[in-house]
Ligand binder design. Structure first.
Ligand SMILES: [Zn+2]
Length: 347
């Protein structure tokens, strides 16, 4: 997805970028904010392509000129993407120093060089500080874009130097239609994926190619069956999920759509659905609408407080995992808490 027209939704961001491109002097630093998979990276590429196109029409790249073709094939020399090294948790100061050096040379194309910092929030403080001067006043011909989920995760000195462009989660229906029309996903699957994607087309797409749907069935069943398990079996299940996940981390097999964070997100959606049912909310609000029959049956067994506490327990687990707490311990605590809240028989 490289041209503006191929990015789904985000009309406000597109309009804004086309406007700034038309200005005599285009601002040089941008902060793209929004959830993962919502189109921030595609938009940065679309901007690079439009800025360097030989014959753009109303701010949209032609797709045929030499520079457009290079951009499409991923060989455009003036598009730089900075991301964390695979074995590191952060973007390091060395990487930013290298970048600062590189930006001093004029763009190869003679037009604009676009430099994208992926996940700007994982820059170390030193890295962020060494980027401040460049961000304030980059050498001519450079456009800097920082991607981040939430601007509050960045140093205020970084945020204040950038033009902010926010990306909104997409409506469920837009994602479903897009999966059906552009990605050949069947209607039923598209609707499930669109609902569990939380408004992120990128996430929905990733889930459509992996075995996420099978995994989701398995996770939902495991949470449904949890109250009936003995304490030992519940702990065993928690450890098994944590271990599988750790193994996957080390193998780097990629797909984060089937790991523990994805499972916790599905569990959370389950409890939110139970809350909707318990509170007598409309069926269209259900995320796991394909399980509505089971949801109705199970919701009756819960008091509302137990459901909100379950959501909180899962939130806490997600936070603990982001902070790299021991995965096995986090999973054990969470599963036992959820089991307790579900009123396990024989306890
Ligand atoms: Zn072109």
């Amino acid at each position: 997805m490289l041209s503006f027209s191929q990015i789904i939704g985000q009309e406000k961001a597109k309009r804004f970028l086309k406007q700034v491109m038309a200005r005599e002097k285009m601002p040089h630093a941008y902060l793209f904010t929004g959830i993962a998979g919502v189109g921030k990276t595609s938009m940065a590429k679309a901007l690079a392509m439009a800025l360097n196109c030989d014959s753009p029409v109303e701010g949209v790249s032609c797709g045929n000129c030499p520079s457009c073709r290079k951009m499409i094939s991923g060989n455009f020399p003036d598009f730089i993407s900075v991301t964390r090294r695979p074995d590191k948790k952060n973007i390091l100061i060395e990487q930013i120093k290298d970048l600062n050096r590189e930006l001093r040379f004029a763009p190869v194309s003679g037009r604009y060089r676009v430099c994208l910092i992926q996940q700007a929030e994982i820059m170390t403080v030193e890295a962020a500080n060494s980027f401040l001067k460049t961000l304030e006043e980059p050498p001519p011909g450079n456009i800097l874009i920082l991607n981040a989920v939430d601007p509050r995760d960045l140093l205020p000195t970084i945020v204040s130097r950038c033009q902010r462009v926010s990306f909104s989660p997409l409506p469920f229906k837009d994602i479903a239609d897009w999966l059906i029309k552009e990605r050949d996903v069947d209607k039923e699957t598209a609707e499930v994926l669109a609902k569990v994607s939380d408004g992120s087309p990128g996430r929905a797409l990733k889930m459509s190619v992996g075995n996420f749907l099978e995994k989701r069935q398995e996770w939902l069943l495991s949470i449904v069956n949890l109250p009936g398990l003995s304490k030992e079996k519940a702990v065993h299940m928690a450890f098994e999920y944590a271990e599988k996940d750790t193994k996957k981390d080390t193998e780097r097999s990629g797909s984060n759509q089937t790991g523990v964070p994805a499972m916790l997100a599905v569990w959370e959606s389950w409890y939110r659905d139970l809350l909707v049912v318990r509170a007598g909310g409309p069926a269209r609000l259900l995320i796991n609408a394909d399980f509505s029959h089971k949801l109705k049956k199970i919701a009756e067994r819960f008091i509302i407080k137990a459901l909100t506490d379950s959501v909180l327990a899962i939130d806490q687990a997600q936070q603990d995992l982001r902070r790299y707490r021991n995965k096995k311990l986090v999973m054990e605590n969470t599963v036992l808490k959820l089991k307790h809240l579900a009123g396990a028989p024989g306890e």
